[in-house]
Design a binder for this molecule. Sequence first.
Ligand code: AMP
Ligand code: TRP
Length: 327
Amino acid sequence: MKRVFSGVQPTSQVHIGNYIGAIKRFVEFQNDMDCFFCIVDLHSITLPQDPKKLYENSLQLAALYMAVGLDPSKVTLFLQSQVPTHSELAWLLQCNSYTGELNRMTQFKEKSQGKESITAGLYTYPVLMAADVLLYDTNYVPVGNDQKQHLELCRDIAIRFNKKYGETFVVPEPLIGKFGARIMSLDDASKKMSKSNEYEHSKINLLDTPSKIKKSIMKSVTDSESEIRFDVENKPGVSNLMVIYNTLSGMSLDDIESKYKGLGYGAFKKDLVEVVVSALEPIQSKYEKILKSGEVEKVLKEGAEKAKEVSNGILNKVKKKIGFVMF
Ligand code: AMP
Ligand code: TRP
C-alpha cells in the first residue's frame, strides 16, 4: 500500500485555505493508502507561541482532523512532539543539508522579514519537515502550493543521502491540487490566505459562525466590473471566490460562470455564503461532539505509538548507514 504523510501546524485557527488546499484532500486518501497525518507542534514553536493557546490549538486541530472525516481506525493521527524520532532525524539531516539551500527558502525570507531576532529553528524548519516525511517511507505528500519548495528540498536531501550512503529513503512526490492549492486573502487577492494575518475578514476559519462568514464574504475584494468570470490575472478577487465556490460545492467553474451570467457580484456572494456555511456546518457539529466525547486524547496516544513503531525502523536504518555504533 502506498503511504501518505502530511502535517498542519497547530498555530492559531485552521482556515478554509488550509482546508481546501490540504485537509479536505487528506480524506480522499484514507481508503486506499496508508495515511499518517501529523499535528506539527514542533514546527509551530519556530515563531513565539502562547503555551496555553498552543495546547488548546493542538487538541482542537486533532478534533478538526476527525470532524472533516478522517477516521482514526483507518489513518494514524498524532502529535509530532510525542514522537522523538522526528527531532532526531532532523539533526541527522541538518548535517546533510547546506546553508545555501536553506538561504533560498522563500517562506523563511517571508517569515523573517522585518523581525529583529529570528530563531535558528525557523531557519532549519524545512529540514524538520523533510525528516517528518522521510521517516515514514512516504510516497505522497498532499499540501498547498506554499510547501512546494520545501518538498523539493526534502527530495534533494533524500536523493543526496541515498547517493552518499546507499538506498535508504523513499523519494516522496508532492500532491498539489489543480485548483485551491493557493486560496488568497479575501481582502487582498495578491496575498495568500494566512493564519498569521490578523485582520479577521482576510480569512474564513473552519469554526467561524455563519454571520462572521457572511460579513467576510460580503466585504471581500472583487473589481470594478460586474462579470463573474474565471481570469486569475485580471480578476484575481472574483477568481479566488469562484475557486472557493467550486471546491466546496463541486460545481465546475464553467457552470458557475453561466449560472451567474448577468447577475452581478451581490447575488454571487450571497450564494457563496450559503455554499461555505453549508460546507462548514456539518464539520462544526461533528467537531463539538468529538471534543465532548473525550476521544481525542486516546486517538493521539494510539497514533503516537504507531508512528513511533514505524519511524523507529527507518531511523535505525539511517543511523546504521551513517556509521553510529548500535547495540
Ligand atoms: P500551515 O497552516 O502552514 O500548517 O498549512 C497547512 C496546510 O495548508 C499546508 O499543506 C499548506 O500548504 C496549506 N495551506 C496554507 N495556506 C493555504 C492557502 N492559502 N491556500 C491553500 N493551501 C494552504
Ligand atoms: N511546513 C508545513 C506548513 O507550514 C507543515 C508541515 C510540517 C508538513 N511537516 C510536514 C506538511 C510534512 C507536509 C509534510 O504548512
